[in-house]
Write a protein that binds this ligand. Structure first.
Ligand code: HEM
Length: 498
């Protein structure tokens, strides 16, 4: 009897697998048209990328090197990985669905970034007013105030020989900006919870990345126990507490009458939009609101902070280009140094080129993903079957030699109007493409531009780093510098005296 049960346990998974693949024969046949590596039961192709989490993505990119497309088996989930611009265009134009198979749990569940198509449409529609031109115009005061506060933070080290890692400061500033503009919270991250929240997202990114590649962490329970043993579970509380408090506060404002529906109609801060919606629609739970807010902050804060850091570092390395940006900034007339919405949208073109070039070369969001909800034909006639998970390697597409000569050089001139016009439409994938591209593109550019303009007008930047190489970078879901972002600040007025 025991032998029969054991045999049954052994044979059953294979039998179920056989029935499933036979039922979905067309799906697997279409995927077989794409190159792949030999697969093994349960682990799929994960043997190819096994290792430390910062090595894993490097290994995956190595697997892709000989191919423009591969089907990679993340354990039992076949995933089509794309890196060529025209394939990416075809997919991002046709597919607006994503599927994370719950890998982001327990950190975050459904929100605009992770939501399947139907839920996503609702989220995106609700969030759109917070990113309208009218709102961007309003946000500019906060961008200026916080950028000016960031300048002040560097005063104590200015004109000394000390280099400081600017990461923590830019991260705190971007959090402050976000809280004040999107959440209507006038606070500073030097008060603990916001800072803890930022730190928790960094850990969450690492853990989600690790779970994607470590097959043994796939079952939710094992992953949870692992987080407990490694004491990372404490960051879960940190990640949830902060948006929960914000929601609690806003709901209380409604209940005690200090906010009312009419206010909300005129106010379009993200938190007010969320709470208003949840008060009208009982299906929007607190947890859903929490994850929505958390994902937006996670998506916007680190990407913007990293862009500020990498741009500062590259300008500190490339002194002649820094001078060019400085001249552009100082030629712009301002009242008390305040940059207007129009200036931030239409002027400071070279500074914007620097920001876009940083986005290209240190493509902070390396991977984008989609899931086909119907068959998706590619330009060469091959068809991606409905239900396929697709990973798009944006870093690869943005360093493709066919589009960018000498692609590993930081060269803002690539984003001059003439150079952009030479490349195919949509090839600048820094913010993704299609209906599911970055909702915060304009917000992000204006915010980063304000911070850099204020810093560069006040300080001359230098660094002991001669060149940032691929070895200096590490990747979880984002690209970061392993050696930090060390900058020395000299006040411009003192520089001119010397
Ligand atoms: C320099 C800054 C930024 C960069 C480089 C960046 C990059 C990206 C990329 C590559 C995607 C994926 C797009 C795709 O799949 O086609 C994305 C999505 C997203 N980003 Fe950004 N982003 C930045 C700033 C922001 C900001 C400031 C916010 C919010 C305030 C934001 C919110 C989002 C959201 C919500 C999504 C998911 C959109 C959806 O699925 O509909 N991002 N971003």
């Amino acid at each position: 009897m025991i032998v029969v049960v054991l045999l049954g346990c052994l044979i059953l998974p294979f039998l179920l697998n056989y029935v499933y693949t036979t039922k979905n024969r067309r799906f697997y046949q279409l995927l077989e048209e794409f190159p792949s590596y030999p697969t093994y039961p349960i682990i799929g192709n994960l043997d190819k990328v096994y290792g430390r989490s910062d090595d894993v993505l490097r290994k995956l990119e190595k697997c892709m090197q000989p191919y423009n497309r591969i089907v990679f088996w993340f354990a039992t989930i076949p995933t089509l990985i794309l890196k060529k611009y025209d394939d990416i265009m075809a997919v991002t134009n046709q597919c607006h669905d994503r599927d994370f198979y719950g890998f982001t749990l327990p950190w975050t569940d459904v929100g605009v970034v992770t939501a399947r198509y139907d839920e996503w449409k609702k989220s995106r529609k609700m969030l759109a007013p917070a990113f309208s031109t009218e709102m961007l115009f309003k946000y500019v005061n906060v961008f200026n105030d916080k950028a000016s506060a960031l300048v002040d933070k560097f005063k104590s080290v200015a004109d000394t020989d000390q280099e400081i890692n600017v990461w923590e400061h830019t991260m705190a500033t971007n959090m402050d900006i976000f809280l004040e503009n999107m959440m209507g919270v006038s606070t500073t991250v030097d008060g603990e919870s916001g800072k803890n929240f930022g730190e928790a997202w960094c850990i969450a990114f690492q853990c989600i990345n690790q779970r994607l590649f470590a097959v043994w962490l796939r079952p939710f329970f094992i992953n949870y126990v692992y987080l407990k043993i490694t004491r990372k579970i404490k960051y879960l509380k940190q990640l949830h507490e902060f948006p929960e408090k914000l929601i609690e506060g806003t709901v209380a404002d409604f209940r005690n009458g200090s906010k009312n529906f009419d206010d909300v109609c005129s106010s379009k801060t993200m938190i007010d939009l969320q709470v208003k919606k949840s008060l009208l629609d009982a299906s929007i739970t607190r947890k859903r609101m929490r994850d929505e807010i958390s994902q937006i902050i996670g998506a916007g804060m680190e990407t913007s902070s990293l862009n500020v850091c990498f741009t500062m570092l590259n300008l500190a390395i490339n002194q002649d280009l820094q001078q060019k940006v400085y001249e552009e900034i100082t030629q712009l007339p301002t009242e008390n140094g305040i940059l207007t919405f129009s200036q931030l949208s239409n002027d400071l073109k070279y500074l914007e080129q620097c920001i876009r070039e940083t986005g290209r070369l240190y493509c902070v969001a390396v991977w984008s993903s989609r899931r086909t909800h119907k068959d998706c034909p590619l330009p060469d006639g091959k068809v991606i079957p409905a239900g396929t998970v697709i990973l798009i390697n944006l870093r690869w597409a943005l360093t493709d030699e066919e589009l960018y000569k000498n692609p590993h050089k930081w060269d803002p001139d690539r984003f001059s109007e003439e150079e952009v016009a030479k490349r195919p439409k949509g090839s600048d994938l820094v913010f993704g493409y299609g209906a599911r591209s970055c909702i915060g593109t304009k917000y992000g550019i204006i915010s980063v531009k304000t911070q850099l303009a204020h810093i560069l007008r006040e300080y001359h930047l230098s660094t002991s780093i001669k060149q940032l190489t691929a070895e200096d970078l590490t990747t979880d879901l984002m690209v970061r510098s392993k050696i930090g972002y060390p900058i020395k600040f000299t006040r411009r007025r003192n520089l001119q005296k010397n």
